[in-house]
Design a protein around this ligand. Sequence first.
Ligand SMILES: Cc1cc2nc3c(=O)[nH]c(=O)nc-3n(C[C@H](O)[C@H](O)[C@H](O)COP(=O)(O)OP(=O)(O)OC[C@H]3O[C@@H](n4cnc5c(N)ncnc54)[C@H](O)[C@@H]3O)c2cc1C
Length: 407
Amino acid sequence: MTHPSPRTDTTAVPRTAVVIVGAGPAGLTLGNILRAASVDCVVLEAESREFIERRPRAGVLEEWAVRGLQRRGLAENLLARAEVHTECEFRFEGRRHRLPYAELTGQHHYVYPQPLLVTDLVREYADVHGGDIRFGVRDVRLHGLDTEHPSVSYDCPQTGQRRLVRCDFVAGCDGARGVTRAALPAERVRVARHDYGIGWLALLAQAPPSSDCVVFGIHPRGFAGHMARSPEVTRYYLQCPPGDDPGNWSDERVWAELRERLGAADAPPLTEGPLIEKRVLDMHNYVVEPQTAGPLFLAGDAAHLTAPIAAKGMNLALHDAFLLGDALVARLGKGDTSGLGEYAARSLRRVWDYQEFSQWLSEIYHGTASGDPYRAGTTLARLRRLFTSPTAATAFAEQYLGTDGTS
Ligand SMILES: Cc1cc2nc3c(=O)[nH]c(=O)nc-3n(C[C@H](O)[C@H](O)[C@H](O)COP(=O)(O)OP(=O)(O)OC[C@H]3O[C@@H](n4cnc5c(N)ncnc54)[C@H](O)[C@@H]3O)c2cc1C
């Protein structure tokens, strides 16, 4: 929903080129690209700096995304500290099967926790380049998107007063629960949704990883996943009913279920530890088309959500930020509008490719536990094909790494 422009003497209102709503990976990467090109911008973030620098979420970055950050001078810490992963492991029918995706594609994953990336990006934007970022803002509203004078207003946490910023463009980078998506005109927007009808219990264990790679446990009791985050912290997932209460999952029950679902001949025992996060995620996806309206451009989870099934969301957020950042710099620097014109189509090409992969992978993860013997049979056939057909393995690896040239 777009709000009427506030009655104010606009000559006295501060002005910037781009207001970025949201300081997640998309908003902060965009802010850094604009600052590096000396484009004025303001980032508005609802939470505190401490909160966003600690919020645990993603950890798996595709190589093309890291190279994109590196080209923009944003990957120094990441390259020094991230682990490189070259294989993943599927466990099914009591056996372990390794898939060497780096050998098949020439590219690898970097494992770098999202809070560390966010911390690096805030430091670079605010502390190194003196970028304007306002934390703890409330009630962000967009105004005048159908006029030549868009603006954004918010409640200032320090004074409690309403503040207004005039701008040329608004970047909606405020994630799945943000407000900017609602400003797209309802009659022109199509929201495609998919609900998997499945829940995942997302867990963080204060314990070293139990394997040197990502492990997918495909089990009749439900999916289980193991993903390293750091030498001290490991993410695990357990399939559960959607809307399940994390209170139903004692630490003992979690570890017993993980041992069962990730169990396989010769598998080393899980390294257990206290569980420092337990949340139930209802697995669903959406894609908003088009993700732009006049001076408003959505990026990242604000525009499209992929459940963490294929570890794609943060990668897509970075992809959008690269495209939108370069396009805004070209428009504001040289008057070149081509990048902004192509932004939605170029973003959506990778988004839909990843949505399709997510869908495909979901069937592999969840088919054997569906209670439907037909789905269980076809799931196992798909899995076996990955380890008997080099062509099938390479196709999987390309999609897992996002290396098929989609951009
Ligand atoms: C458990 C879990 C595991 C995941 N694992 C992976 C993974 O391994 N790999 C991967 O690629 N992705 C993963 N993801 C997805 C990834 O975390 C998201 O896709 C990514 O955070 C999207 O970045 P973003 O910048 O678009 O949005 P966000 O990170 O959500 O950032 C949006 C920002 O906007 C702020 N905001 C919201 N509303 C407002 C408002 N009204 N005003 C001002 N600010 C506002 C929020 O506080 C937030 O800081 C995972 C997600 C979860 C939940």
